[in-house]
Design a protein around this ligand. Structure first.
Ligand code: NAD
Length: 519
């Protein structure tokens, strides 16, 4: 295992890092705006400090990005894709080091840290292909000798605000697609993961500079809410892509909406797995454990509720208790560890208060429930027998707490699965075709993601990712999510010698019984 110093050196993290960064040639050295401190959640110790972005830095970054975008949008999309292809190569070279940095700074186990970098690589590959597939429809005009089609143009400078738990992949989902579609990107990462952001930004900017396109991506590291707010208010950013909790996301949508800016929201989940009477319990158990314990329950897609047919309850719970007993907790960089720490002391406090609320509501703790007495922010993965309507169950607690509840009929189970404010990910374990189809029908799951015999977490980048209701309605990554970063233009070309109006309108009289104005 590399020492922290060797890791930092490998990733170009100098001893002094600035939080306002365009290309490395315009790397600012402002030291007036305070520092953002990076903490190792496994020890509670400081890993490093990044100078915060000042208000002046911020203005300069947005101005530079606007300027850069006027030339970047002229670069043919496949050529923009070629630059992202090179970024993908650079990420492959640094996958191991970046994966370790993620494990160190946010406490994911190393395999999950590496997996997050792999997601960025996959996203780069996807964006390269996409750069040749930004299709628009061609329509048949109702007028003779007319051609009608739609085309897609970039929006401008995209603001990306990310959460701590996917400190780099979520940025890549946005940034790589935004870049191939001709936008430049300003990133405000989570103040809980500034080193990951600086390392990734360095790596990308080195590639961009080498390719002759410095300044497509810029970084604004800050823990000042006022600066984040300023970004959301900024008319120069036509789209704010926000990933985080519901209360902050709701506020972002309101503030951006007030200026008629667009927002793309990826907010909290409260994801359930339904296990029916025909389910393969071995598959279901593995999926539930991975979904509930993985990343210490700090994924938006973490499994928070298990809704099990009452005839299967005893068998499933006994398998879960046995699997939970084997979960190894500790230093996320060690190969045999399955669960690392929570992100910080506040997260531990929220775990404790959720357990208090569960006990008050009458919940039975089946296993876990304790904070470990050791340095860092370690807690036990916990299973609770609970009821769906309890207030605490209706909320997302970003910790490894799993609520188990029973049902009689599948309709009941689907109603319970849907009866929460969030609508991100859902799953049904079944070998019954009719159950599977019912779950996937319009009267089935109301979530953005609905899986059969696969858990709630671990989505592939090829599909559009996102959720409904309080999860915010945004879609990122695959499918046609690229359209969120572009503006649609409908074009009609008259190649004839007449000027027929739409809907048969002529000035001064109506023809063929058509009335009303042409839009
Ligand atoms: P958070 O809401 O506390 O912070 C998210 C980001 O918002 C951070 O960068 C933060 O600095 C910034 N922020 C805070 N106040 C702001 C303001 N007033 N204006 C603009 N930005 C502001 O979330 P977190 O604790 O970092 O992340 C966990 C949450 O994110 C969970 O709810 C999780 O479900 C959600 N999440 C969702 C997805 C998804 O794709 N749906 C993915 C990852 C995380």
């Amino acid at each position: 295992m590399m020492t922290t110093e060797a890791l930092f050196k490998r990733l170009g993290l100098a001893s002094e890092q600035s939080g306002g960064s365009g290309s490395s040639s315009t790397w600012t050295r402002t030291t007036q705006a305070g520092v953002v401190e990076s903490q190792n959640p496994s020890t509670g110790q400081t890993l490093g400090r990044v100078y915060g972005c000042s208000d002046d830095d911020y203005d300069a970054l947005v101005t530079d990005l606007q300027h850069m975008q006027t030339s970047w949008r002229r670069v043919p999309a496949p050529k923009r894709g070629e630059v992202i292809r090179r970024i993908g190569e650079a990420l492959r070279e640094q996958k191991d080091a970046l994966g370790s940095l993620i494990a160190l700074e946010v406490g994911k186990i190393k395999a999950e840290g590496d997996g997050e970098v792999q997601e960025m690589i996959d996203m780069a590959d996807f964006a390269v292909g996409l750069s040749r597939m930004l299709y628009g429809y061609t329509m048949h005009s109702e007028r003779p000798q007319h051609r009608m089609y739609e085309q897609w143009h970039p929006l401008g400078v995209i603001g990306v605000i990310t959460a701590f738990n996917f400190p780099v992949a979520v940025w890549a989902w946005n940034a790589f697609i935004a870049a191939v579609t001709g936008n430049t990107v300003l990133w405000k990462p989570s103040p809980k993961a500034p080193l990951c952001a600086v390392a990734v930004q360095h790596l990308c900017n080195r590639v961009l500079e080498g390719a002759g396109y410095p300044g497509v991506f810029a970084l604004c590291t800050t823990d000042r809410v006022e600066l984040a707010e300023r970004m959301v208010r900024d008319e120069r950013l036509p789209l704010i892509s926000f990933t985080g909790s519901v209360p902050v996301g709701r506020h972002v949508a309101e503030v951006a909406g007030r200026r008629l800016g667009r927002s793309l929201l990826e907010l909290s989940g409260n994801n359930a797995i339904i296990v029916d009477e025909t389910a393969d319990l071995e598959l279901a158990t593995s999926a539930i454990v991975f979904g509930a314990v993985g990343t210490a329950g700090q994924r938006c897609t973490s499994t928070r509720r298990v809704i099990v047919q009452e005839s299967q309850y005893d068998r499933l719970v006994s398998r879960l208790l046995s699997a939970y007993g084997q979960v190894t907790i500790g230093n996320p960089l060690q190969a045999d560890v399955m669960m690392g720490p929570l992100i910080d002391g506040e997260a531990v406090a929220r775990y404790r208060s959720a357990l208090d609320a569960i006990r008050q509501a009458g919940g039975e703790v089946l296993c876990g429930g304790r904070v470990l007495s050791r340095p860092g922010y370690f807690v036990e993965p916990t299973i609770v027998r609970a009821q769906n309507h309890w207030k605490i169950v209706q909320q997302e607690t970003f910790a490894p707490i799993l609520y188990v509840m029973t049902y009689r009929t599948l309709d009941q189970a689907i109603d319970m699965q849907n009866a929460v404010p969030q609508g991100l990910s859902s799953a049904l374990f079944t070998t019954h075709l009719r159950h599977s189809e019912a779950f996937l029908s319009a009267a089935g799951s109301d979530c953005g993601i609905a899986n059969i015999n696969i858990g709630t977490s671990g989505a592939e980048i090829g599909g559009a990712f996102g959720g409904e209701k309080h999860t915010g309605g945004g879609r990122e990554a695959g499918s046609d999510a690229w359209k969120a970063y572009m503006r649609r233009q409908t074009t009609t070309i008259n190649w004839g010698t007449e000027l027929p109006l739409a809907q048969g309108i002529t000035f001064g009289r109506s023809e063929g019984g058509h009335h009303g104005a042409s839009r």
